[in-house]
Design a binder for this molecule. Structure first.
Ligand SMILES: [Mg+2]
Length: 372
């Protein structure tokens, strides 16, 4: 079955609650970019990526759309929709970098292949290991009192993976919130069950990170995500040698090639896998396999992004050999164009429908390109 048409859409996604962390600034809207692949029989597959990620991947919505329309989509028309290896080669060889644009096309290819086969994507990946994905809950920049209340809500909801955003203007403010949340965790008697992590989103230099993380380790924190700038394995390695907790790379480890370099350097204990960074489902599975072979822990996650994008990460989570998930980045969107993903508190159900297992309402999207 050939791909007969590729279309690209955008969708502005206002947030119920704006967010900000050490590198994002205030984000009030997400900007979804959707790719639709249509087969000769009219079956359609969709993929989504968030466009306004300049602080994270360097992407803007316009750049992602332009890259898909000019460099990737025209090459997918006429290809066999069921041959994911060939489609992956075409996407990868279209141009270097540009993993966000590639991810949208890759996820659409998996959605279409799954729908044509009448199978969920996890079956195309070999079969499901997880039915439900208990996801991490965030404690953003807020007052100590608000952080305590949020921690109580998180623990009482049954969630056992908590991440505090750190790297604010004053470390004292970070330490007070991390300490207060640890007190809540201990007062609830769940300190042996909770995975307690912090994410500094590159806020610190190496010296600051060594000092700050050694302080935060006193409060039960066992994972520190991306404390220092993304572009140096040497910084992370120095930190790893002087820090008592596990170091997870997020911004610094995007692709399979990045992970190979960080493994060679011995610079990380774990990585945060996101489809927007690695280029989609195909490469996420490669990252999982490489990480496992080198005893690197991994988290399956994503950005704050639309449900279609999250659904692709959920399919990866279904086949992942990890307990670390962050796959409900869509829950703060006011009106998502996609439906079908079921979330109970912080637990995401893996959908069993064909493809990515969700449905998009095309009338909520704005068409910007079509290649036939
Ligand atoms: Mg992160």
């Amino acid at each position: 079955m050939k791909i007969k048409n590729v279309s690209v859409y955008t969708c502005l996604q206002p947030l119920k609650i704006p967010f900000s962390h050490a590198s994002s600034g205030l984000v009030t809207n997400l900007e979804g970019v959707y790719v639709k692949l249509e087969a000769e029989d009219g079956t359609a597959g969709f993929g989504e990526v968030r466009g306004n990620c300049s602080y994270f991947t360097g992407d803007t919505t316009g750049a992602v759309v332009s890259t898909i329309c000019s460099a990737i989509a025209p090459k997918m028309v006429g290809q066999d929709a069921e041959n994911l290896n060939v489609l992956h080669q075409i996407i990868e060889e279209s141009l270097v970098g540009n993993t966000a644009a590639k991810a949208a096309c890759d996820c659409a290819a998996y959605d279409l292949a799954g729908k044509l086969a009448g199978k969920p994507v996890y079956e195309l990946l070999g079969g499901k290991l997880n039915d439900r994905l208990p996801s991490e809950e965030n404690i953003p920049f807020m007052t100590v009192e608000e952080a305590e209340k949020r921690a109580e809500e998180i623990i009482d909801s049954g969630c056992r993976f908590i991440k505090v955003r750190v790297g604010g203007q004053q470390f004292r403010y970070d330490e007070e919130r991390v300490s207060a949340v640890w007190d809540v965790i201990r007062s609830r008697g769940v300190q042996d069950e909770v995975v307690y992590s912090v994410d500094a989103n590159q806020a610190w230099n190496t010296r600051e990170a060594i000092r700050n993380l050694n302080r935060l380790a006193e409060y039960g924190v066992t994972i520190a995500e991306q404390p220092v700038h993304y572009n140096s394995p040497i910084r992370l390695k120095e930190l790893k040698e002087n820090c008592p907790m596990k170091l997870f790379g997020d911004e610094c480890v995007a692709t399979v090639e990045d992970l190979a370099r960080y493994i060679e350097m011995g610079a990380v204990d774990g990585i945060h896998i996101k489809l927007i960074k690695c280029g989609g489902i195909y490469n996420a599975v490669r990252l999982m396999n490489l990480a496992k072979a080198h005893e690197i822990e991994y988290m399956i996650g994503g950005m704050d992004e639309g449900m279609m994008a999250v659904a692709a990460a959920v399919q990866c989570g279904a086949v992942a050999e990890t307990k670390l998930f962050e796959v409900h980045g869509h829950v703060r969107i006011k009106a998502d164009a996609t439906s079908g993903l079921v979330v109970h508190g912080s637990v995401v159900e893996v959908p069993d429908g064909p493809g990515l297992g969700v449905t998009v309402r095309e009338e909520m999207l704005k068409k910007v390109f079509s290649a036939i």
